[in-house]
Ligand binder design. Structure first.
Ligand code: SAM
Length: 310
């Protein structure tokens, strides 16, 4: 064991700042100072961070081009009891950064892998996006236009928000593809240069994005996380999640006509939709008990009898 901050034969996957050098945990610094070696995506980039925090641990390069080749030697050294920290240029290794291959190899070899959590552009952007509900992380979309548009199509109708990493030279193309594929009112958050001097976070409907990008050349400079909010609930979704459960409860106690009338007053849903749901439910109940539903006076046609359907 090198030191009490780290265990032997262990690979630590350490998150480092995404801009502001102070955004590193005390535990990350302790681990980086204590391991036998740091595996860095780019040794020159990491030198700035390590110097800033007075860390003198030997650093060697581990990037996407040598990750597969270096794995065997690292595993030998882990087997001999040494410990390593894996870091990337910014944020959390393995999040659109090298690391996954080494992690799989080290695990297969039976050694311990410990995450040292901290910054990521993904979590930083989501923390200020102000969205609720599930989120899908898409990472970098394909660089080629046709493949990128195809992947936008796969997320297009998702009832969840999705997050894309984008480089400055492809941001305009991404926005053009979003404008072409998604409904113009869908909201997008662009989180730019997070934790850095020119940090900005804007939320705009898709239709306004091209004008926003064109308004200031700085808007296409730097690093970006793009969060596409979930598409708005459709009327059909809404009635299914709010009005029908209310109607179901009322149907337990009241006649079909009374239940529909009350459910309409409470939820504001269309009377025809409520009738159709109530009749379907009554029919299903009749089928499961083998009985006829009997109540022929309450039909969907009656719903419009007073001309008040909405
Ligand atoms: N592993 C990193 C993480 O945990 O966020 C991501 C590395 S990926 C190669 C780099 C991309 O992350 C950039 O192209 C950008 O989309 C996003 N990114 C990194 N730093 C950022 C920052 N300070 N502000 C906004 N986005 C950033």
């Amino acid at each position: 064991m090198s030191n009490s901050s780290v265990d032997p034969a262990t690979l630590y996957v350490v998150a480092t700042p995404i801009g502001n050098l102070a955004d590193i945990t005390a535990r990350a610094c302790a681990v980086l100072a204590a391991v036998d070696g740091i595996l860095a995506e780019d040794t020159r980039v990491s030198a700035t961070l390590l110097r800033h925090h007075g860390i003198a641990t030997p650093v060697s390069a581990l990037h996407q081009h040598n990750e597969a080749r270096r794995g065997a030697r690292i595993i030998e050294r882990l087997a001999a009891g040494e410990s390593f920290a894996l870091i990337s240029d910014a944020g959390t290794p393995g999040i659109s950064d090298p690391g996954a291959h080494l992690v799989r190899e080290v695990r297969a070899a039976g050694h311990t892998i410990v995450p040292i959590p901290g910054p990521s552009a993904l979590t930083a952007a989501l923390s200020v996006a102000g969205i609720e509900g599930p989120v899908l992380f898409a990472g970098f979309l394909p660089a080629r236009a046709a493949a990128r548009q195809a992947s936008i199509k796969t997320f297009e109708s998702a009832r969840l928000a999705w997050v894309v990493y984008e480089s400055p030279h492809r941001l305009v193309a991404l926005v053009d593809d979003l404008v072409a594929s998604l409904e113009p009112t869908r909201a997008v958050i662009i989180a730019r240069e997070l934790t850095k001097r020119f940090e900005s976070v804007v939320r705009l409907p898709i239709a306004q994005l091209p004008a926003w990008l064109a308004a200031d050349s700085n808007h296409v400079r730097g690093e970006f996380v793009v969060v596409i909010e979930a598409c708005a609930q459709t009327a059909a979704d809404e009635i299914g999640t709010t009005a029908f459960p209310v109607l179901d409860v009322l149907l337990e106690e009241l006649s079909l006509a009374q239940a529909v009338r009350l459910a309409q007053k409470i939820t504001g849903a269309r009377r025809n939709d409520l009738y159709a749901h109530a009749l379907q439910r009554q029919h299903a109940a009749g089928e499961s008990t083998g009985e006829s539903t009997g109540d022929t006076s309450d039909t969907a046609d009656n719903a419009d009898a007073d001309g008040t359907d909405r």
